[in-house]
Design a protein around this ligand. Structure first.
Ligand SMILES: NC(=O)c1ccc[n+]([C@@H]2O[C@H](COP(=O)([O-])OP(=O)(O)OC[C@H]3O[C@@H](n4cnc5c(N)ncnc54)[C@H](O)[C@@H]3O)[C@@H](O)[C@H]2O)c1
Length: 331
């Protein structure tokens, strides 16, 4: 029996989480689901967008599925529950798979994972304003420990998934200290993996190469901001936000989520595509060791897409619930 925390959140979050729960329940696996609050609705209920009880429950689970949250207009004391959750649980690795789908909007032969450092870099949260607001400074913190664990994660993932190469993406020619350290650590760690080819690429070149020939990449590992931007760029080659999923992995917890937000205009319309959430669910199945079911779930999803059993964002006419039912039928 696996203990899974469900974080529906706001907007279409509860709709796509319901889809994931139905699909998991259709598998021959025993689950215990525990729902916890996160987001703006939770803030209105309890005074916090991420109560301590939610964090404790995530720590106490085999894995967590997260829907989406709405960012409210400026409220003092409000904080991003997503950023806080990643920091509080030290979810240092953000994995963003990008894989071709059988659909006209998708380019062919793409099967890469962008491995993004999730806790430091330019998102370390160290910012200040000086000279009466005339100068604003954000510090970029890169540590040896942070670099080592994310780079090792990328090389391990390459081995586990039978990939042959890792692109280490940085800007060490200009950011000599921070990217320099990241690069130095990468060169050291690559020596431990003689079976995997390490390629280096500057981040601006990588942005161009992703557009020119995305199929050349198997695994990209990079720092926080670069990974944030490159992974959004990459998902547009294979169907966009309705199918983009991610996993946030730490030593003691793992949270899987669609990349999209709470999409307020879609709430209650049945137009929310559940596939991003379901692909995140497949990542979760891999994480807990149920790899066969992950493969079956991905195949069922791809068969639905190939047969136009999709929501309107992918050109279909089905609702969120109908797509969920089709995926289950194909399982
Ligand atoms: N991780 C998160 O929870 C997260 C991520 C991004 C944005 N947000 C929040 O979500 C709210 C809305 O933000 P936004 O509009 O910029 O981004 P969004 O991702 O909610 O929507 C962007 C566009 O994609 C479409 N879209 C999103 N998910 C879809 C799905 N499953 N199926 C079909 N179409 C989908 C939307 O209709 C919209 O056109 C904001 O409050 C924002 O802060 C949250």
């Amino acid at each position: 029996m696996y203990k899974i925390t469900l974080l529906p959140g706001d907007g279409i979050g509860p709709e796509v989480i319901a889809s994931a729960k139905e699909v998991l329940s259709a598998l021959p696996i025993e689950w215990e689901f525990i729902e916890c609050g996160i987001g703006y609705g939770e803030y209105e209920r309890s005074g916090s967008p991420l109560p301590d009880s939610t964090l404790a429950q995530i720590r106490n689970s085999d894995a967590t599925l997260f829907g989406a949250v709405t960012t409210p207009p400026n409220i003092p004391n409000y904080f991003s529950p997503v950023v806080r959750m990643r920091q509080a649980l030290d979810l240092y690795a953000n994995l963003r798979p990008t894989r071709s789908i059988p659909h006209s909007s998708s380019r062919a032969n793409i099967d890469m994972v962008i491995v993004r450092e999730n806790t430091e870099g330019l998102y370390s949260g160290i910012e200040r304003v000086e000279d009466d607001g005339e100068r604003a400074i954000t510090e970029r913190v890169i540590t040896r420990k942070g670099s080592e664990r994310i780079i090792r994660k990328a090389f391990d993932l390459a081995r586990q998934t039978g990939r042959k190469s890792v692109h280490v993406v940085h800007k060490a020619n200009v950011l000599r200290q921070t990217c320099g350290l990241f690069r130095t650590v990468a060169l050291e760690i690559a020596k431990e993996y003689p079976d995997i080819i390490m390629n280096e690429m500057l981040v601006d070149t990588c942005a161009m190469e992703l557009v020119r020939a995305p199929e050349q990449f198997e695994i990209i590992v990079t720092t926080n901001l670069f990974g944030d931007i490159l992974s959004d760029e990459a998902c547009m080659f294979v169907g966009g936000l309705g199918i983009a999923s991610s996993g946030n992995i730490g030593a003691d917890a793992a949270v899987f989520e669609p990349v999209h937000g709470s999409a307020p205009p879609l709430v209650g319309t049945g137009k929310a595509n559940p596939i991003a959430m379901l692909l995140a669910t497949a990542m979760m199945l891999d994480h807990i060791g149920e790899n066969n079911h992950a493969v079956k779930l991905r195949s069922a999803i791809e068969a639905c897409i190939a047969n136009n059993e999709t929501t309107p964002d992918l050109g279909g006419t089905l609702t969120t619930n109908q797509v969920t039912e089709k995926v289950i039928a194909r399982l």
